[in-house]
Design a protein around this ligand. Structure first.
Ligand code: SF4
Length: 318
């Protein structure tokens, strides 16, 4: 439980399971982030019993619906894939997976804009979702998913990993069983995290907890609803202004005896970050220093940053 568990399309981790018998390794994930995450490979097409190499699959419009077919043989593999995806989604959730990284464009693994072919004449449209991924997201809306292509953008990578760590901390907080006190404590501890990333989630999620307990729901169900709503709110890339606002809030929590000169220094740094003149780490390091933590970042400040990208150099580019 010390590191988040992320399941990934096996071909992205270097396993040669693609239909052409090759891999398409995504090295930031397989080589760098692997130091900070536990990675779990899976391949839906191998999972349903297809060999490697194999004739390729695609999504096709059939009788108004979208099916997973093997054009060469004409086989429809949709039902087999849905059954495997349902079992495997439950298994992955049961193993405590905190996020999924999936191969873009795949008719089994793609998250969006997968090619859908017409049954006869017509043009190919990019409007599909891989069949495995569609089932997983429907069954586990509280677990963040992303395609590897989006992780090439440092902002998107940092945000995804922040969502993964948030899910992981929630899992740890609930491992002894959820109670109202534990859930409220988790929510309060993540005030700065939420304020830094979404406009209104802190208030809305607090209300959702209160409503759940007022309605007499079991604590585990309230906690699950909390994470579903939180991940939905977090499914938008945060802006600089939100982080800057959260840093100002963090500064306001600092020891009131801090000299005004030191406060001025960090306020100037936050403003420079807001305008794009400094990376986010600059005011964060000053906050850390002013908090006097000597490198051990307190929880409310640590939630502004993310140890994984910082260690891999991704955050340094922000
Ligand atoms: S089904 Fe998914 S994991 Fe398997 S080869 Fe295709 S993209 Fe990779």
């Amino acid at each position: 439980m010390d590191k988040p568990l992320v399941a990934a399309s096996a071909c992205l981790l270097g396993t040669p399971v693609r239909s052409d018998g090759e891999a398409c390794e995504f090295r930031p994930l397989s080589r760098q982030w692997s130091e900070h995450l536990r990675l779990l490979p899976f391949c839906p097409e191998v999972g349903i019993g297809l060999g490697t190499p194999r004739p390729h699959l695609r999504l096709s419009k059939v009788d108004g619906g979208i099916r997973l077919v093997q054009p060469r043989s004409g086989k429809d593999l949709t039902d087999a894939m849905v059954a495997w995806a349902t079992r495997t989604s439950d298994d992955l959730a049961g193993l405590g997976v905190n996020g999924l990284v999936l191969k873009e464009g795949s008719p089994s693994c793609g998250v969006n804009r997968v090619e859908v072919h017409p049954s006869e004449e017509g043009r190919v449209v990019r409007e599909g979702v891989g069949v495995f991924t569609m089932v997983f997201m429907a069954l586990n809306p509280h677990i963040p998913v992303i395609e590897e292509g989006r992780l090439n953008d440092p902002n998107q990578a940092e945000h995804f990993l922040a969502r993964v760590h948030f899910h992981h901390r929630w899992q740890i907080a609930g491992q002894e069983g959820w109670t109202a006190q534990r859930l409220m404590a988790f929510h309060d501890e993540h005030e700065i995290f939420l304020v830094a990333r979404t406009a209104d989630a802190k208030r809305k999620l607090g209300q959702s907890i209160a409503t759940g307990f007022d309605d007499g729901l079991p604590a585990a169900e309230v906690a699950l609803r909390y994470m579903i709503e939180a991940q939905d709110d977090l499914n938008v890339l945060p802006r600089r202004g939100r982080f800057a606002h959260a840093m100002e809030r963090a500064l306001s929590r600092m020891d009131p005896s801090l000299s005004s000169a030191r406060r001025e220094e960090i306020i100037r740094s936050i403003h420079a970050y807001r305008k794009g003149h400094l990376p986010r780490m600059a005011p964060l390091l000053l906050l850390d220093h002013l908090a006097g933590t000597n490198g051990s970042i307190p929880p409310w400040l640590g939630h502004l940053s993310n140890p994984v990208p910082a260690a891999t150099g991704v955050l340094a580019e922000l």
